[in-house]
Each structure stands twice: as structure tokens, then as C-alpha cells.
Design a protein around this ligand. Sequence first.
Ligand code: PMP
Length: 441
Amino acid sequence: AAESILRRQASRESAARTYARSLPIVPVRARGMTIEGADGRRYLDCLAGAGTLALGHNHPVALEAIRAVLDSEAPLHVLDLATPVKDAFTTALFETLPPALAERGRIQFCGPAGTDAVEAAVKLVRTATGRSGLLAFCGAYHGMTAGALAASGAAAARAAVAEPGAGVTRLPYPYEYRCPFGTGGERGAELSARWTQSLLDDPGAGVHPFAGMIVEPVQGEGGVIPAPDGWLRTMRRITEERGIPLVVDEVQTGVGRTGAFWAVQHSGIVPDVMVLSKAIGGSLPLAVIVYRDELDVWRPGAHAGTFRGNQLAMAAGSATLRFVCENRLDQRAASLGTRMLSRLRALAAHHPCIGEARGRGLMIGVEIVDADAERDDYGALPAAPRIATAVQREALRRGLIVELGGRHGSVVRLLPPLTITDEQAEAVLDRLTDAIAAAER
Ligand code: PMP
């Protein structure tokens, strides 16, 4: 049956399908971080809905919250009306936000996906400032609808739809391994900040007046690249001084993933707008923006959408937010992430195809490089997407699901559920080690 399902879907689904093509699995059951295929094989899922499944698959707490709504006969679709379920979700969410944002914050429910919330954020800052330009970063990923795509770094994806990026100025992101300024560390981050500053202040640069800056605290799809805290603080200062709203996209980094409940808490910055999705819906579709109330100049109806009040997602989401808080899963992500990363860094000494292992909390990336090539002037080796693809394939053969990312598709990404046990983490690293050794051969 699995074979014919795979064949039928392969013949009917769009050519745009991505990672599913390289994962010939028909999942029929899942619990925690384990997925079981129709053929009875079991896999450790380190993709976990691209970071969506903070508590893993079918966590009892999320399931119970969903069942409670179903059993209560509460309406499942009420557009934008207030309900007890929505009230509980908003309250749970606001309790987690940086206090400066929670105290005077507004929430806009945006529709099912992260990209919907990015669209809303961009519209909001454009409306509030009356300006159109947007500052975004090379390597960024904000989604696939026109506005979100415009802000993303994927040039090929933008070009394919006749460049929706008018008005977007792209700045270098502090990517230490391949630092655009030829130097990593704090110095590279400082130079990147100075570039931004000089661009904004140069009357001859010909840039649009900026409605906002949008940034990921850790680039996810871009290759798991954490921005240094000092750099983020500088971005906050630069935008604040010039009256440019700062939009932080925490779609992937939120809900404990990076070792703090929200990634902005590492640097202590308070964004003007936060974009939230993925884990906030407890595995169901939910996306919101929260923002400073001064920006709330929208007229009723300025941003609408039929599917932005998903009651089941809000119920699963509140339960998930509370569970992560009560069980300090953010701290767990920080300590386990540090241990996993140090094992991966040690591994790099034995496997020359590991250019760099990096990450924050349980958002980990291993950049795969061509060890036979020559290093560039700054010590980096060229990306090796073919070896990375082989690592992914070999990992799957060993019962481990990982995803690739990065500018060249050469970064192996690990986004396990925050509920991963020590034993599972060991198993993930054992299998990945074997997969890297096999791919290198
Ligand atoms: N922003 C970031 C940082 C993301 O990682 C993603 C998805 N990977 C999105 C936005 C878009 O979310 P969605 O796929 O739900 O539209």
C-alpha cells in the first residue's frame, strides 16, 4: 500500500513539493519524536514540522486540549469573534512575551501560516509609517507569498515570479563562517552593523524611506545562523534612532526552540512587531503578530481573513505554551543544545566535511563543505550540497529524518522536539555520525 500511495502522490502533486521528494515515507503513526511508516519502519524525526512540533507528535497535552474543545460543542469556526478558547490563548501568549511588549501590546490573528503573519507585519509597518521601503537580510526566509518572498533572500525564487521585491533593500547578515566582511566574530558583526548605518545615513544611496526592518534572530532556512546578541542590539538601536519599526520574525525560533522562550530574550531587545507561528498552534495552523499599540493605526477590516480564528489550534497552542513554560523546556533546549553542539564540534575534528557546527538551543546546523577544495582567503571551504544530500539519505537509511537548508542546500538542520530525551539525543548523534562517515566515503 505504501508503494502505491507514494506513486500516486508523486504523479499528482505539484512539482514544487520539496523535502517530501527525498523522504520516501508514508507516515501512519507518530508519537513524540518517533514517526512510524506504513512499512513498519520507525524514524527519529529531527525535522518535526520544520520546528513546529515543540512537544513532538501527538503530545497528550495538546491532544487533550483539542478533544476538550471537540467534546464541549464549542463552535469550530467563528471568524474573528471572541471565545473563551481565544481568550485563554491570548492570555497564555501574552504571559510569555517580553513585558514591554505584553503591557502595551496588540495582537492580530493572521491566518494559518507564518507567511500570512509576515504579510500582516509588512502591511502594518507600511500603514503606520506611510513609507514603503523595507530593510531585509541576505539569506533570510520569511515565507512564500509575494510580500514575504520579497523580503526573503532567495534570489532564484523571487526571479521566478518576476521579482516581487521592489522597495526591499537587502543587507548582509552576520554569517560568521562565510562572513561577507571577510572576518567573523564580533568584528564581522560590527562591520555588518556599520554597513547598515552608513547606508541609512547616506543621502546618495538612493534607498526608499524605510517602513521597517525585518530580521530573524537565528536564520533557519538560511542555514541555522544565529545573529550575535550585540549585533541585534545594534540593529535595535539603529532602527530606534531613525524611527524605523523593527519586525522580528520568530516563526521558527519561538516557543523555547533557541533556549529562551523567545529568541529576542537572549539579547534583551524589544521589537516593535513580533511575527509568530509554527509552535504557537501546538501542531495546528496558527499565525499572529503582536506589536506595540502605537502602530495600531489600522482601520477595521484593514487586514482580514476567514481562517484566522482556528479554535482547535488556539486550544492546542495554549496548552503547548503552558507546558513549555511550566516544564522549563526552554532551559532544557539550552542545556541539551549546548551538549549536542559540543559533540558535533568534536566530531568535526574527525570529519573534514564538517565546515562548522553551530546553532542555539535545539536549532542546530552542520555546514557540509568540500574538504578537498581550497580554502578561501578567510578560511572557509566551498559548500558541498551533494555530500549534504548524501548525509540526509544515509541518515534516513539509519532511521533519522533531517532537513537541509542554507544558501546552497548544504547545511544539515536538526530541529528535534523540545521533549527529546537524553537517550534520543544520543541516538540522533550516533546515527548522524554514521551517516556523515558513510556520505564522506
Ligand atoms: N518565517 C520563518 C523564519 C520561517 O522559518 C518560515 C517557515 N519555515 C516562515 C516565516 C513561513 O512560514 P510558513 O511556511 O508557515 O508560511
